[in-house]
Design a protein around this ligand. Sequence first.
Ligand code: NAD
Ligand code: ZN
Length: 352
Amino acid sequence: MSQDIPKEQWAQVIHKTGGPVEYKKIPVQKPGPDEVLINIKYSGVCHTDLHAVNGDWPLATKLPLVGGHEGAGVVVAKGDLVTDIEIGDYGGVKWINGSCLQCSFCQQADEPLCSQALLSGYTVDGTFQQYCIAKAAHMARIPKECDLEAIAPVLCAGITVYKGLKESGVRPGQSVAIVGAGGGLGSLACQYAKAMGLDIIAIDGGDEKRDMTKKLGAQHFVDFTKSKNIVNDVKAATEDGLGPHAVILVAVNEKPFQQAAEYVRPRGTVVAIGLPAGAYLRAPVFESVIKMITIKGSYVGNRKDSAEAIEFFRRGLIKAPYKTCGLSELQKVYDLMHEGKIAGRYVVDTSK
Ligand code: NAD
Ligand code: ZN
């Protein structure tokens, strides 16, 4: 390891499920032979990080835990087996921190489905610290011309919605409803959908999120807090009134997961991405059959999806709004997120 790597660093640590997070100094780890150590400069805060604090998924986290999985920084050390990454390269830590690379899923580039996958900020320590480890094979390669602060949210939110839009099969010129469009994933989904040439119906609550999603490229907005009939309003927002070709569900409440099948267009696809605690998808069998709809889940993205999502950003196609605060203020971000008050994404600066 190079000499200027400190032995100790600032981090936000969860000691027990339910929180709170504690801002404290912890040791800097050394990378293993197939790993890199990244000096995280900025990390986005994803709603998944809040699910991890609250322990509301049927999957246990490691404890104590350093959360975070949208980390952008600079490679400062690497193991002996790492030959294609240099010290000083820009690197990103994403949700899939590592995978076995050998199972049938890894072999077919479905590595998020690997049963051995390491999850940043969940089963291994993540990016709410100044120095974070990632398996070199899975480190996101970030081109040098990219701004590390602005690209951080792409490393989970961007990759995930880009993948979800591809999974929906929607084509340029068709329409997509983005449910939860004013949040972190949603705001990036608006930008990717715009770059893909889609007609966007944004669904979220409040004027701030309406104005933001319109700026990001949404042609229509349905306010779930005001609408008397979401199904009719979403259908009415499409040109022929038959509903959107695809629905991207990135909301954090169960209700829209039980409505989407009713407004998606015949032959359309509903893609569930958001993970509200204890929620169920629901669809009327009769309409689902006679409309021949598809309902599917989509989970982050593989290494190629990640590289493609980053390339959209590098080309200047993705400019989603974010606010930045110090890593020390993470609890404040969780409080705002819990109340649904964040339009876009929060990014934490690990130097503060
Ligand atoms: P966020 O808190 O930034 O955004 C959620 C948005 O949903 C908010 O704007 C909120 O107002 C909106 N919302 C709530 N109820 C709604 C309703 N009834 N209709 C429409 N909008 C509604 O959260 P985020 O960081 O964007 O994450 C969203 C979800 O996606 C989380 O559950 C997260 O864990 C999950 N996630 C899944 C994957 C995956 O791979 N599938 C990856 C990352 C995040
Ligand atoms: Zn995430």
